[in-house]
Design a protein around this ligand. Structure first.
Ligand SMILES: Cc1ncc(COP(=O)(O)O)c(C=O)c1O
Length: 405
């Protein structure tokens, strides 16, 4: 997944431009910055590359989600329907605006199940937030139809799927707003950073102010700016934006290599009858960051992971079911409402109710799923070696279990 594998002179040059002016902040200092506006340039490049009208950079993907929710008017007591498989940042952002995360099952796309969304809608539901996990997408036609039918906001967390698309449109640009993360392990990176994308002028202008203490950015004198609403400091720095600018120019190449390596590795698993693959609603739009595959049972999957570890080749194969960051079963801090400050009663009781909530459909999927991260730096020979070894491990375990049974 990481664009950092392609770092080079291009990133150094963009960063040096900023260091030479000494203006590390994205706003103000118009004279001394000598025409260097990296954040603005990156925002322009994002709108052109992904085909949205507006882009507002932020200091992280988490900040982008919080900003998008605020700009979309999601707040205290509003329910946001989101998947049980995601990164913790998705619910952190919901909580940060005072809203209530309503976690529901995924399907074999590893993203929100439209049926589960339908069943979770209440009069308090304000937003549906699919998370396009591991480079691929949710069934956006189905989710858009549900949102239209119930007048709900569709907010895409596309932090893990930069460059992916659905029916020709970039992920993150299809809902009322969408976000990317540019943290260090993302498809393109700023080191730290994120973006809110939208086609709605009002959502953009609110995002713009919200990420900079509510400044209206109407004049050239920051001190004279008005503050139509309360905001925060979620600004990206010029140094981070400079790295992102070099990276976005490499996106095409990154995706080409990522998808090519993914396909080459996939061929080894395709020849194993017991293996099936994640459902991808629009296969042409998978960004290729991960190859996600299933074994028929939890026991087989655990045995394969154990054997990969025993052979010292488990790195890069993620068994999310046992991973502390990505799946509800391990989010004890969420289920015990372990927050540092007091939260509203409605939020607290919703979190505590997660302790007894059951996700049988998601469990049945996640307990059999392994996602293999795709590296950009692999050679064809290395992929062949990895593929052979992985295949041998799976076949060995499948055969052992068949004999035992
Ligand atoms: C699905 C998802 N959403 C949000 C984020 C948050 O992004 P950041 O690390 O830039 O805050 C991440 C980061 O890994 C993510 O994977």
């Amino acid at each position: 997944m990481p664009g950092f594998e392609f770092f080079g002179d291009e990133e150094r040059k963009e960063v040096n431009d900023v260091l030479e002016t000494g203006i590390l902040m994205r706003y103000g200092f118009d004279g001394p910055r000598k025409g260097i506006w990296k954040a603005l340039e990156l925002e322009q490049a994002i709108t052109e590359t992904f085909g949205c009208r507006y882009a507002q950079l932020t200091s992280s993907g988490t900040a982008a989600l919080t900003t998008a929710m605020s700009a979309l008017g999601i707040g205290a007591g509003d329910e946001v329907i989101m998947p049980s498989f995601t990164f913790v940042a998705s619910f952190e952002a919901v909580l940060s605006v005072g809203a209530i995360p309503v976690l529901v099952d995924i399907d074999e796309s590893l993203t929100l199940s439209p049926d589960a969304v339908r069943n979770a809608i209440t009069p308090r539901t304000k937003c549906v937030m699919p998370v396009h996990m591991c480079g691929s997408m949710a069934d956006l036609d189905a989710l858009q139809a549900i949102c239209a039918e119930h007048s709900l906001i569709l907010l895409e967390d596309a932090c893990q799927s930069i460059g992916g698309s659905y029916k020709g449109k970039a992920l993150g640009t299809i809902g009322h707003a969408g976000t990317f993360s540019f943290d260090f392990v993302k498809t393109i990176t700023c080191g730290e950073g994120g973006v809110v994308m939208t086609n709605d002028a009002a959502v953009f202008s609110k995002s713009d102010g919200y990420t900079d203490h509510g400044h209206d950015h109407k004049g050239v004198d920051r001190g004279a700016d008005l503050h139509p609403f309360v905001g925060y400091n979620f600004r990206i720095s010029e140094l981070h934006a400079a790295v992102g600018l070099a990276q976005i120019r490499k996106l095409h190449k990154i995706l080409e290599v990522q998808r090519g390596n993914n396909l080459q590795l996939r061929a080894y698993l395709e020849s194993i009858p017991e293996i099936s693959f994640r459902v991808v609603p629009d296969p042409a739009g998978d960004n290729g960051a991960f190859l996600s595959w299933f074994l028929p049972t939890e026991a087989l999957t655990k045995a394969v992971i154990a054997e990969l570890k025993a052979q010292g080749i488990a790195a890069g194969h993620f068994y999310w079911y046992d991973n502390n960051w990505h799946y509800i079963s391990k989010w004890e801090h969420l289920k015990t409402a372990s927050t540092l400050n007091k939260v509203a009663d409605a939020q607290r009781s919703a979190l505590l109710s997660l302790a007894t909530a059951k996700f049988p459909v998601s469990d049945a999927i996640m307990s059999r799923c392994v996602s293999t991260a795709i590296s950009l730096s692999w050679t064809s020979e290395q992929i062949a070696e990895k593929g052979e070894k992985l295949k041998a491990v799976i076949e060995k375990i499948v055969q052992q279990q068949t004999v035992e049974a």
